[in-house]
Design a protein around this ligand. Structure first.
Ligand code: COS
Length: 385
């Protein structure tokens, strides 16, 4: 059932105020200190942002996908580092539990995830397995009523703060042809050693870290879904995550269009505001057209997912287009601002760096292209194209 319109409007308005009144003024400080202040994290908890994708019975807001995307479009209109604080609880860190967890697992973890008292992280990527998700090497070997985990996970968002990890691991690493059978499994686990965090190009205040499992013992009861079906769990989680990321990226594009227009109306060259120069108009107009197209794609795919359709093709199409578009918009924003876009004062160069990751995480643009082609070929072979 679609989310109640009045409740939705009130929530979007609250998030918009949170973004403009609290996040935007703190953007430069967050970038400088590489930390989102606790007072802002607490405000996000008060707004229920950590639990927007968790069912109501476990303390969440249980937004439908369309409303979640509308929230993400608002949250995107500031430094993406703020969204990232709650991003893994909303998306990849919690959704395996929401979609495939047992009742006992949900009751144990989801209330904490929804309130933000538990930080949930998603550990798939490894030093030698990123795009090739099925090629991971982390082992989970059964030992009585536990699994023993060994392996290294890389670039894991929020791993330095996480209390629980949805971890993809191989339960039958020695089986011949194991890679082809994609025997991944998942389970709520804690790493055995502290995380090593990476310096990165943008999104200061959001953290990505390595997680090293060394004989980490995880109760077998923590397995999410059936052993051997982790790959499908991961793919389903990523389908949803890709729509959410598209909305965040498009939120940034919307913010940058506002910045470009306001600046172009104020800045004068050749005796008139640069907004009156047609080459500037072209950059802003292209940005607007692409951003509108991305927004339409996001909301259409989200509504279809809410209606129960399989959106693998649409989620990848949307992520490919929306995140590539945000890269172009950020590039044009620097161009419209000229020298002012390159120096730190206006924050435009920060957004330029921030958006770069959107084309990489939760599946690179090239992975989205592969999925799109695969889905089209499958549809054609089954006569559904
Ligand atoms: N939902 C549910 N099941 C899915 C699925 C989805 N979105 N996508 C694939 N599957 C299923 C397939 O139906 C297939 O099932 P069967 O074995 O029963 O036929 C199985 O999973 C394997 O699918 P496929 O053959 O397409 O697997 P590949 O190894 O070829 O997958 C891609 C390749 C590129 C699609 C996959 O590895 C991928 O998405 N990689 C990117 C991972 C990623 O985003 N990494 C970023 C880090 S995580 S933040």
């Amino acid at each position: 059932m679609p989310f109640d319109q009045e409740v939705r409007d009130a929530l979007i308005e609250q998030v918009r105020r949170f973004v403009t009144e609290i996040c935007v003024p703190a953007e430069a400080q967050v970038s400088e200190t590489d930390e989102v202040p606790q007072s802002i994290v607490d405000e996000m908890k008060n707004l229920g942002l950590f639990g927007i994708a968790v069912p109501e019975e476990y303390g969440g807001l249980q937004l439908d996908m369309e409303t979640e995307c509308l929230v993400a479009l608002e949250l995107g209109q500031t430094s993406p580092a703020f969204r990232s604080v709650a991003g893994t609880n909303i998306g990849i860190g919690s959704q395996a539990l929401v979609l495939f967890g047992t009742e006992e697992q949900k009751q144990r973890w989801l209330p904490g995830v929804a309130s933000g008292d538990l930080i949930a992280s998603f550990a798939l990527t490894e030093p030698e397995a990123g795009s090739d998700a099925a090629g991971l090497k982390t082992k989970a070997i059964r030992d009585g009523d536990h699994y023993v985990l060994n392996g290294t996970k890389r670039y894991i968002t929020n791993a330095n703060k996480a209390d629980i990890f949805t971890t993809m691991a191989r339960t039958n690493p020695d089986e011949p042809g194991a890679r082809a059978s994609r025997p991944l499994s998942s389970g709520g686990t804690r790493p055995a050693s502290p995380s090593v965090c990476r310096k990165k190009m943008g999104q200061q205040g959001a953290h990505i870290c390595d997680v090293i499992f060394e004989d980490a013992r995880v109760p077998a009861a923590n397995m999410i879904g059936k052993e051997g079906e982790g790959f499908k769990v991961a793919m389903s989680v990523l389908d949803k995550g890709r729509l959410h990321i598209s909305a965040v990226a498009t939120g940034v594009s919307k913010r940058l269009i506002r910045e470009m227009v306001n600046y172009a109306l104020e800045r004068k060259q050749f005796g008139k505001p640069i907004m009156e120069h047609q080459l500037i108009q072209a950059m802003i107009a292209d940005s607007q057209a692409e951003t509108y197209a991305a927004e339409c794609m996001i909301l259409d795919a989200a509504r279809r997912r809410d209606a129960g359709e399989d959106v693998t093709l649409l989620a990848s199409s949307t992520k490919l287009f929306a995140t590539e578009a945000s890269g172009r918009v950020a590039d044009r924003a620097v161009q419209v601002f000229g020298g002012a876009g390159y120096v730190a004062d206006y924050g435009i160069e920060r957004f330029y760096r921030d958006v770069r990751i959107f084309r990489l995480y939760e599946g690179t643009s090239q992975i989205q292209q592969i999925i799109i082609a695969r889905e089209l070929a499958r549809a054609a072979k089954s006569g559904k194209l």
